[in-house]
Design a protein around this ligand. Structure first.
Ligand SMILES: NC(=O)c1ccc[n+]([C@@H]2O[C@H](COP(=O)([O-])OP(=O)(O)OC[C@H]3O[C@@H](n4cnc5c(N)ncnc54)[C@H](OP(=O)(O)O)[C@@H]3O)[C@@H](O)[C@H]2O)c1
Length: 358
């Protein structure tokens, strides 16, 4: 038994393969202006995803629901980037330049604010090369949002669905621009990354999303709702990959990253919260990775030129960006189509129409 625990501990903490070191991925050259959005980029895994894209020369928009936390994290990223660059050799410093960091307000619990953020982004930028759907919540008590969706469903799935589909024209514009390139130059494929979770396996069979409203008791089914939302996110990436074969659409499980704010609802519960904190810390010690290692899967999917639309579209990557298999429910394209149709229908009932699906 001790051996098994030891092995899992070693495996989950061992440095991720050197090819998955963020520094192994190409850095942008000056003048190559590429844009990235990281939702929830102000904390946890999103913070390090934003930082590494910035270090690689990307113009990164951190989308977040708190201006003060957003600007504070940007200041910290800039300071951290300066510290990291001090460790570069002279030739590395000469060949690597920093991108830009911007903050944009968004709140996934209100879809009208998602539209406003998209409009504002479109006013400022013409292209989008990388969209990281990172923002998420876990195992919150049952609550309906302004748009009358269950809160985990909307934050983890519906809002990223709306955001992504509304931003698609900017990603398609990259495809169009790239198609005009001479054949000898490297073609850039725009990328959409969805932060799912190994927790998607909690949805052990296909639950039609409409059951999300009826699952009680809350304390048990809140975890199932998390699993269902993260399964729906994988379905979404698979459907998008099918519908947009020139845009790389993938999902990732970042690893067990126990020192982010994702667990704060549980650790802040009066009295029993301490117990949850201890459990999460022990679990993290045994199987967890750091916040930065947790960002590697997203960073790899955003930057690795070896990933291509032809061979990798719709795939699922685990900790460190290692290709993996999601659950059979998440992998099932009939279920994925059902989730898509249900989503478009629910949105249209709320007078939200998805381009090419109306
Ligand atoms: N940590 C893990 O072990 C783990 C495992 C598997 C999957 N994941 C997934 O990885 C992603 C990042 O999680 P994390 O661990 O880095 O947690 P985190 O530190 O709590 O980050 C989540 C981010 O989402 C933002 N967010 C939450 N609700 C939002 C809303 N209504 N509108 C806009 N932004 C909102 C948060 O903003 P605030 O800072 O304002 O709260 C925060 O920036 C999540 O999708 C999570 O499900 C994490």
């Amino acid at each position: 038994m001790m051996n098994v625990v030891q092995r899992l501990h070693e495996a989950s903490r061992s440095p991720i393969s050197p090819t998955h070191d963020p520094d192994a991925f190409p850095f942008l050259i000056p003048g190559d202006r590429r844009l990235a959005i990281v939702t929830g980029g102000n904390s946890g895994i999103g913070y390090y995803t934003s930082l590494h894209l910035y270090l690689h020369g990307y113009v990164v928009y951190v989308f977040g629901r708190s201006k003060s936390r957003g600007y504070k994290s940007i200041t910290e990223m800039k300071e951290e980037a300066i510290r990291i660059r001090q460790s570069y050799s002279p030739s590395q410093s000469a060949n690597r330049h920093l991108g830009e960091l911007h903050f944009m307000y968004i709140d996934f619990t209100d879809l009208s604010l998602v539209f406003l953020a998209v409009e504002e982004f479109k006013r400022r930028e013409k292209y989008l090369h990388v969209l990281v759907n990172n923002a998420g919540v876990m195992a919150l008590p049952f609550q309906l949002t302004k748009n009358k969706f269950e809160i985990q469903m909307q934050t983890n799935y519906i809002a990223p669905f709306v955001l992504t589909t509304k931003l698609l024209p900017l990603l398609e514009r990259v495809v169009e621009k790239e198609s005009q390139k001479k054949s000898s130059t490297t073609v850039v494929c725009p990328r959409i990354i969805y932060l799912s979770s190994v927790g998607h396996n909690l949805a052990f069979r296909y639950f039609s999303p409409k059951t999300w409203f009826n699952l009680r008791p809350n304390i048990l089914f809140t975890w199932l709702r998390y699993g269902m939302a993260k399964t729906a996110g994988i379905h979404f990436m698979k459907m998008l990959a099918l519908r947009n074969p020139k845009i790389l659409c993938v999902s990732v499980h970042p690893g067990f990253v126990m020192n982010t704010n994702l667990f704060s609802y549980w650790t802040r519960l009066p009295i029993i919260g301490i117990l949850f904190w201890v459990i999460f810390q022990v679990f993290g010690w045994m199987f967890g990775v750091s916040n930065e290692q947790g960002a590697l899967a997203s960073v790899r999917c955003a930057l690795d030129p070896d990933l291509t639309v032809e061979k990798d579209n719709g795939k699922y990557y685990a900790t460190g960006g290692i290709e993996s298999e999601p659950s059979t429910v998440a992998n099932n394209m009939d279920y994925a189509a059902r989730t898509w149709i249900w989503t478009v229908h629910e949105l249209s009932k709320r007078k939200i129409y998805i381009p090419n699906d109306t």
